[in-house]
Ligand binder design. Structure first.
Ligand SMILES: [Zn+2]
Length: 408
């Protein structure tokens, strides 16, 4: 009886310490996201005042976590100049911009270094060609994209400082210039502040703030090392379900590292209708979800601590395929949808899908003669058409199957 009693006390103390840490972590995540996504930072546009305030904040948080500055000349900052074309497809005005990556290092005296990154820039008042906002210019706060990734990175910095996983050093990079074209990560890999040959692997967090009820976490780049899939399968974190894609090329900063033959993973909780709109706000963020993603990643890093430098493999790149489309439907695919078909997350105004009467939530199961079982079938199906073509698109809407005629 006594034994049982003291066991109960021990359990109570242990679990309250555990939940206290969890509460503290959640508090930090909230503070970081709310600040970075506040109107004061005016959407963190690269080269503007709001971004520089964000950079200072991240540097302070790196210092608090016990990291060392690893930018240029012993500072936290790795700056770079680039030309930004205000019109996304050329023909606009070229502007000279300066971006600022924020870089912190955890030196364990190890032979290899793990890079952990998240971009912190966003769209300001709405960059031309990137904003999906239909109305007047407005501050794009970018809470999910990507204050959430930065907050997760800051949490990981604290975890790894106290972790027993010491066979790697850790380099944390808050990238700038991502939204204008991955400029921060491209410039970092071309002018790195550590030896890139000694980088073991790179983990990128871009949009980890909207973990859904089914807890599906998309992990891209799983084909970039033979080690990834086994390692991911061993992890269990509060019911998280992993959905992987292989390609190392995607629309975020891990691509820059993959193209230098470094194994990469991109963590992503999925697309949503506030994406690249002023409504991507901090009150819509799932903070418990960010906590789970960061703890999932901690388990991965600790599991790989003793395995040495990971082998790199090239992947076939779906993205290049995507770039060859002549037409689009004007929908945002739900990248974390698990069922058969291609679920539409949102339908864009004045585009073929909307004009044909498709809606968010519809699941595309056929385009013309092409059956659509997943997002790749969908891409293959689209690739068969050119502008002006008409075809039938079959979708599931609730329990009904509906057919609509689309004109591209
Ligand atoms: Zn992003």
């Amino acid at each position: 009886m006594k034994k049982c009693f003291s066991f109960l006390i021990a359990l109570t103390i242990w679990s309250s310490a555990f939940s206290q840490n969890r509460e503290t972590d959640l508090q930090h995540l909230r503070v970081d996201v709310v600040y970075l996504a506040s109107n004061m930072l005016e959407g963190r546009e690269t080269g503007k005042k709001g971004e520089s305030l964000a950079a200072q904040y991240i540097a302070e948080r790196f210092a608090q976590a016990g990291l060392q500055p690893k930018g240029n000349n012993g500072t936290w900052y790795h700056t770079f100049d680039f030309k930004y074309n205000t019109h996304p497809h050329g023909g606009g005005e070229e502007e000279n911009r300066t971006g600022t990556n924020v870089v912190g290092f955890l030196d364990n005296g190890a032979a290899t270094t793990v890079v952990i990154g998240a971009h912190y820039d966003h769209l300001g008042m709405g960059l031309e060609g990137s904003s999906l906002n239909a109305g007047e210019p407005a501050i794009h706060n970018g809470a999910d994209d990507n204050a959430s990734g930065v907050a997760a990175m800051l949490l990981l910095a604290g975890y790894l400082k106290n972790s027993s996983a010491k066979h790697n050093n850790y380099l944390f990079i808050a990238f700038s210039g991502e939204e204008m074209g991955l400029f921060g990560s491209k410039n970092f890999v071309n002018a790195p502040t550590i030896d890139l040959d000694k980088v073991n692997y790179m983990l990128n967090m871009d949009m980890v703030g909207r973990l859904n009820e089914e807890k599906v976490l998309a992990i891209n780049g799983a084909g970039t090392s033979p080690a990834w899939k086994d390692a991911l399968e061993k992890i269990s974190q509060n019911g998280i379900k992993v959905k992987t894609t292989d390609s190392g090329v995607g629309p975020s900063d891990h691509t820059s590292f993959y193209l230098k033959d470094i194994p990469v993973l991109h963590f992503f909780t999925g697309q949503h209708s506030d994406y690249h709109k002023p409504s991507d706000d901090s009150e819509l963020v799932n903070y418990e979800g960010i906590f789970d993603v960061a703890n999932f990643m901690l388990q991965l890093i600790e599991q790989l601590d003793n395995t040495g430098k990971l082998a790199f493999t090239k992947t076939k790149d779906e993205q290049q395929q995507a770039a060859s489309f002549k037409v689009t439907l004007g929908v945002m695919p739900d990248y974390v949808y698990d069922g058969e078909g291609m679920r539409i997350d949102a339908v864009l105004d004045d585009r073929p899908a909307k004009k044909a009467g498709l809606e968010g939530g519809d699941v595309i199961i056929q385009i013309g003669d092409k059956e659509v079982k997943n997002i790749y079938d969908y891409m293959d199906g689209l690739a068969l058409y050119k502008k002006g073509d008409k075809t039938k698109v079959k979708v599931k809407r609730k329990n009904k199957t509906i057919e609509k005629e689309v004109e591209f």
